[in-house]
Design a protein around this ligand. Structure first.
Ligand SMILES: *[C@@H]1O[C@H](CO)[C@@H](O)[C@H](O)[C@H]1NC(C)=O
Ligand SMILES: *[C@@H]1O[C@H](CO)[C@@H](O)[C@H](O)[C@H]1NC(C)=O
Length: 176
């Protein structure tokens, strides 16, 4: 074997070693480290985040948090529309409270979080956390009236998870 062949093989060998050692780091998306922080909800978090293709490919925390907040606003709006529809056939006080005060409050907190994000990430993180209050209060009111509506509980679960995820993500902005 001549020396240029040896050095070619050596280079190839080094490239293989390096690419293998780099793969784990570069394959971990930003959202995956956020989902780890949701502990027992990690699986649900990953599934939810993958439903928006922009989220797995986000390369910085500002973009990532904005995409998560967009999803939160969208899901909260869908939840509110479901409740507004339900209100037409069900005169319950709890459902009325959910469809107006609770979900309005949640949507407006998520929107405020988007505005605060670049100027003041810790406040944006707090806004996102507070956005969970609406769905939580709604679920409590539903429970207190003994209304058994699995859809409302599902929406509650998803909204509280999104509130946590968005809050954790906003906390990373400006720190890394
Ligand atoms: C909720 O928000 C909608 C749309 O922005 C608005 O029309 C409505 O008056 C609000 N309701 C309450 C109770 O704040
Ligand atoms: C709303 O969902 C959260 C998160 O899953 C849960 O901890 C909470 O108990 C739920 N609230 C009600 C009243 O079911």
């Amino acid at each position: 074997m001549n020396s240029s062949k040896v050095s070619f093989l050596f280079t190839l060998f080094m490239i293989l070693i390096f690419s293998h050692s780099l793969i784990p780091a570069s394959c971990q998306s930003l959202f995956e480290s956020i989902c780890k922080e949701t502990l027992e909800n990690e699986g649900a978090c990953i599934q939810l985040m993958k439903s928006d293709p922009r989220i797995p490919s986000a390369t910085n925390y500002v973009d990532l948090t904005n995409y998560i907040l967009d999803m939160a606003i969208k899901k909260a709006t869908e939840g509110q529309n479901y409740l507004l529809d339900l209100m037409k056939t069900n005169p319950s006080k709890a459902i009325h409270q959910c469809a107006t005060i609770d979900y309005n409050g949640s949507i407006s907190s998520f929107k405020t979080a988007k505005v605060d994000l670049t100027q003041d990430p810790p406040t944006a993180s707090y806004d996102a956390k507070i956005a969970g209050d609406g769905p939580a209060n709604c679920a409590e009111a539903i429970k207190a009236e003994n209304i058994n509506n699995p859809t409302i509980f599902d929406i509650n679960k998803t909204m509280l998870l999104l509130s946590d995820i968005a809050s954790f993500a906003a906390n990373k902005v400006g720190r890394f």
